[in-house]
Design a protein around this ligand. Sequence first.
Ligand code: PLP
Length: 452
Amino acid sequence: MDQLVDLRAQELLALDSSHLWHPYTPADDGEPPLIVARAEGPFFWTRSGRRFIDANSSWWVAALGHRHPAVLAALRTQLESLTHIALGGLTHEPAILLAKELVCSAPGFANPSLPSGRELTRVFFSDDGSTAVEVALKLAVQYWAQNGRSDRAKFVALADAFHGETVGASSVGGIAVFRDVYKKMLFPVDYVPAPIEANDGRGIEVLTALALGQLRGLLEREEAQIAGVIVEPLVLGAAGMKMYPPAFLEGIRALCTEFDTFFIADEVFTGLGRTGTLWASDQASVVPDILCTAKALSGAMFPFAATIASERIYDGFRGSRERAFLYGHSYAGNPLGCAVALAVLRCIRDERVLEGIVEKSATIRASMKSIASETGAHNPRALGMIGAIDLGTSGYRSTAALKIYRHALELGLYLRPLGDTVYVAPPLNIPNDALEELLALMRLAVLEGSKA
Ligand SMILES: *Cc1c(COP(=O)(O)O)cnc(C)c1O
């Protein structure tokens, strides 16, 4: 059935165009959206039955593919008994088991060399990546406020960072196009550049040392005000899959320890295997003071998030009732979310998802290199289940990338770009033949799109 003769589709698209406001989409986009009817694994199908490969796991959430059977089964089981209950004075088995599972899988778990209090032992549930970040920021500020350092309420973030959409999360964001309109309402933040391989001949070690030097200078000047340093470990996702070396993370961790301020790892995108290890922090063997996780955590079912904090931070909230963390979203610790997240963590372990990534990642890396050399694209790069190239054109509002996006759609590939970065972040468990097909289609779309 073609969309042109599908009258229902025409009707739906007219209603969509009258009433539905799409995220990150120009009001006069001119391109009618595809009506998706079904999704399974790395694929989705439109009403008319056309199949597409989901090259970005639907904005990075379908890390185990769409509708993973074990995750669906966990959801169905949970639906039978408890769909929601407040966490004030009440608790439930899925929340308890998930908190324990997250703690046992967190960076540094059971590492005897970790200083006492630094273990990540406390899980605070919220709704999505943005709120997971809000929780982290407020935890840090309230901790210092009631533990003798009330001037510490400022954050250091990475230039080009993305941490979400709410006001606090966008305040620590560093991408100018997202920030500029709102800058009068956002709180001030200090930025440090991440060491991203530049084309100016300076090596990555030099850039790393420079960036760490800058962070040290900042902490020396402003240590009294700095509540924490927040980073996307190893990959600045929304900025265009910009990758930096683990040594930078190690350096930040060391500086946060030296100046006794909090190291906040926003693993909303990088966590749960995306970069090849369960947490990107694991690749630098760093243990953050606070870790945020969401996106893949709820298996592309619905929003759900967790912020994991150290025992030291929890200790800073002990004592009288006034010291409680006065924060909590209505759906905090939702049982459906907890049951699904528990199933996601178990699948990653039981289906040995991380082991399967090694070969796929090498395939992605080789493919980015060959596509770049064939098309003149820049900076081919890969890490775990992320691969990217830059077109080297006009930044975030690049039209060259849009051309490639449209060619890809014609070929049955959903390859939505980030500015002038064309990237893939498919489900971690994508079958090898589907991955080969995805990469072959990407090559065709980039070739076609690079023609004058
Ligand atoms: C997507 C993202 C967020 C925001 O998550 P939402 O679920 O969209 O609110 C926060 N941090 C990072 C690193 C992200 O990639």
